[in-house]
Design a protein around this ligand. Structure first.
Ligand code: DGY
Length: 428
């Protein structure tokens, strides 16, 4: 029997639906966000597959001429969001931000295609062309030549804004002369659960640098005042590249150029992911391309190796020891940051809280690798978090308290698409 939370999740997807695209939540985020929107499509797939395809097509349609698919699309009434299109000033035909976000789109398109293939072959070909161009853009504009992994030019690109991984990169950003601004996020969420004022000043200083340099992405990849190599971005792109390759083999078997290109991306990113292995902490970690050193922080994305398809046996065993260590410290897996670290903060955004969307990808990867028990621990914890605290944006890993925005689209999607699929409460 499906529980009443199942119906609540459906209600959230419906109320955050804006016809052809979705909002992550009302109030706090009244705009279309890249990876939120891609995940949302997996929820809509269960309600209305046509609507799910519209979601990903709307997202892909915002692609820049250089190939980037941006992190925010300003559609409809976005008045309540800061920084708005006039701050980004990207000059695109759809007003957008000037940076990207984790590339989960190809993986989502593959999932949609498996159950509800698009019945318009031109539209499918168009989608594949856009995906190949976006991935190629990443490899041109965001590949760090030393580590061969993906770098970000703004903490917002990672989707994991205030990770302590970014602290050393953020410390190098000089705070520019900024026009006075009012944060709108604090109208909706308590300041103790959001990034600090100093972080915001730096976020906006990096935006100013991009704007002053006309959002020339190759240049920003080399010269942005903030540059850090992100294991999360690298793992998502690697997984998406494998999924894109499978789609190309199905739909464009004679397009040997695109197939060879994506195969090349997979080889490079596999080396890149392996280069992020840090023997000191037995985990995949972020890399500082300026100081040329791996960081010693174990974070939730350290556990994305199986999802990325790189599960080296020796390293995997050591990584799982780390997973087990953390699972004794956190009541609810997977905290975004190591609870044993001095900078761990159980409430503040990405410095400790659990996010169901990351739980989902780690859980799927572990299950694919035969790690049934650990995958089930993550899934069952996710179910408990929603049962105790509802569909919040993120959760305290120690108390389970719901934090950030309420009635969150991707929490509802992950609940329907993954959490309940493995639960005895989810069966008809
Ligand atoms: C926000 O507005 O906090 C977003 O995370 C920026 O990407």
């Amino acid at each position: 029997m499906k529980n009443s939370l199942y119906q609540s999740a459906i209600d959230i997807l419906n109320s955050n639906d804006r016809g052809t695209y979705s909002l992550p939540t009302q109030g706090l985020y009244p705009v279309q966000f890249n990876w939120d929107s891609a995940f949302a499509a997996l929820g809509y797939r269960l309600l209305n597959p046509t609507r799910a395809w519209q979601e990903v097509q709307q997202l892909a349609s915002s692609q820049w001429p250089d190939g980037m698919i941006p992190h925010i699309m300003f559609r409809g009434d976005h008045e309540g969001y800061f920084p708005g299109p006039e701050v980004w000033n990207t000059g695109q035909f759809i007003p957008t931000s000037g940076i990207t976000q984790p590339p989960v789109l190809a993986s989502v398109v593959r999932r949609l295609d498996e159950t509800h293939p698009l019945d318009d072959s031109n539209a499918m070909q168009d989608m594949l062309r856009r995906l190949v161009r976006w991935h190629e853009w990443f490899m041109q504009a965001r590949l760090d030549p030393q580590s061969e992994a993906i770098l970000i030019i703004h903490p917002w690109e990672s989707g994991r804004d205030n990770m302590s991984d970014w602290d050393c990169g953020m410390a190098r950003v000089e705070i520019a002369e900024l026009a006075p601004y009012k944060r709108r996020d604090l109208d909706h969420v308590d300041a103790s659960q959001r990034p600090t004022k100093e972080e915001y000043d730096r976020y906006l200083s990096i935006v100013k640098f991009g704007r002053d340099n006309h959002w020339k992405q190759d240049f920003l990849g080399k010269q942005s005042p903030f540059r850090m190599v992100d294991p999360g971005m690298t793992a998502f792109l690697l997984r998406s590249s494998r999924d894109l390759l499978a789609l190309l083999n199905n739909y464009q078997a004679d397009n040997t150029t695109a197939i060879a290109q994506v195969q090349q991306h997979i080889s490079t990113l596999t080396r890149g992911w392996n280069n992020l292995w840090n023997d000191k902490v037995n985990a995949y970690t972020a890399y500082d391309p300026v100081e040329q050193r791996l960081l010693d922080n174990v974070t939730s994305v350290s556990f994305m190796s199986c999802y990325a398809g790189v599960c080296d046996d020796t390293r995997h065993g050591k990584l799982m020891d780390e997973f087990d260590r953390i699972s004794k410290l956190a009541k609810y897996m997977v905290p975004s940051f190591d609870p044993a670290h001095a900078d761990f903060d159980a409430k503040r955004y990405w410095r400790g809280p659990v996010w169901l969307v990351i739980n989902n990808v780690i859980g799927v990867g572990l299950a694919e690798h035969g790690e049934t028990q650990r995958a089930e621990r993550i899934r069952a914890d996710s179910e408990q978090l929603v049962a105790n605290s509802d569909f919040f944006e993120y959760f305290n890993p120690i108390t389970g308290e719901g934090l950030g925005g309420k009635d969150f689209t991707w929490t509802a999607t992950v609940y329907l698409d993954w959490v309940m699929q493995g639960s005895k409460n989810g069966k008809d």
